[in-house]
Design a protein around this ligand. Structure first.
Ligand SMILES: NC(=O)c1ccc[n+]([C@@H]2O[C@H](COP(=O)([O-])OP(=O)(O)OC[C@H]3O[C@@H](n4cnc5c(N)ncnc54)[C@H](OP(=O)(O)O)[C@@H]3O)[C@@H](O)[C@H]2O)c1
Length: 251
């Protein structure tokens, strides 16, 4: 439950090894966050993060969660909320892939769709139901600027994030008046395991910088956060640019 100052006390991370999500958690822990649940495919893989958080006095744990097993989501998430209220759920799991990999293996494309979009929808609907019943709490959905326009070099990933982004926007509107809310985060290129070895895009940033912008946005009650913030202004124009320009960008 948020404390008297409205600060986040409990956090659930779906995709709990995400470098972006862990940077957000680290910032929140510097504040008043005291319970963190990392939902990951292999709980052992999050042990170092659990130990690190426990060492600074956080009630931290890792549980098994697979975005590609939607039939398990109700039970897994229900067990977390049964242990106590959750103030913030960060939906951070994702598969990037590359367009050549998707072209060569359409079943891999389907897995990316099922994880990034399908898993975000099933877990998002279940989380929303719990937050609605609590009467408070935020679902922070990490989408991407790749969601904004189709590009030749990443249109499978981009379309999964577009579906996730649109879902999150609609869910946010559906929750108005319930006390719960949805915040959409659209990062640009972030230096994490996901982008290792890739050529950085303009305005590339770090998980820590994303976390700074996100926590500031949460504090200010924003519904939509770009990271870095300059992308909001850049894309206000770029999103309407002719396809010819986008063809060149996606070369
Ligand atoms: N990095 C960027 O440039 C960038 C830009 C825009 C948006 N994003 C989005 O930001 C989010 C976090 O990415 P990140 O940069 O922090 O990368 P990351 O550190 O690689 O985190 C992605 C996480 O997704 C998890 N995951 C993959 N498939 C899963 C599944 N089926 N079930 C549960 N978890 C699964 C991975 O878990 P394991 O630890 O088990 O592998 C990994 O921890 C993603 O949604 C990504 O699409 C990233």
């Amino acid at each position: 439950m948020r404390d008297a100052l409205g600060a986040v006390q409990s956090v659930l991370v779906l995709g709990g090894n995400s470098e972006i999500a862990l940077a957000i958690v680290d910032r929140l822990v510097e504040g008043r966050t005291r319970r963190v649940v990392l939902a990951v495919r292999e709980p052992d893989s999050a042990q170092r993060s659990v130990d690190r958080l426990t060492a600074v006095g956080v009630d931290a744990s890792a549980i098994a969660f697979d975005a590609l097993q939607p039939e398990t989501h109700a039970e897994v998430l229900g067990a977390v909320f049964a242990e106590g209220d959750i103030d913030l759920v960060i939906s951070a799991f994702g598969i990037l892939g590359s367009q050549p990999e998707f072209d060569a293996d359409p079943m891999f494309a389907l897995r990316a769709i099922n994880a990034n979009f399908g898993g975000a929808v099933t877990s998002g609907l279940i989380v929303a139901d719990h937050l609605r019943r609590q009467g408070h709490g935020t679902l922070l959905m990490i989408t991407s600027i790749a969601a904004l326009r189709g590009r030749a070099d990443n249109y499978v990933y981009g379309s999964t994030k577009a579906g996730q982004d649109l879902f999150a926007q609609g869910l946010g509107d559906a929750l108005v008046g319930s006390g719960a809310r949805v915040v959409v985060v659209r990062p640009g290129f972030v230096h994490t395991r996901m982008t290792e070895g890739m050529k950085p895009a303009p305005f590339s940033t770090t998980p820590d910088k994303v976390a700074e912008v996100v926590v500031e946005g949460l504090t200010k009650g924003r519904e939509l956060i770009y990271a870095p913030s300059i992308l909001r202004y850049l894309f206000a124009g770029l999103i309407h640019a002719p396809r010819l320009i986008w063809r060149r960008l996606g070369g």
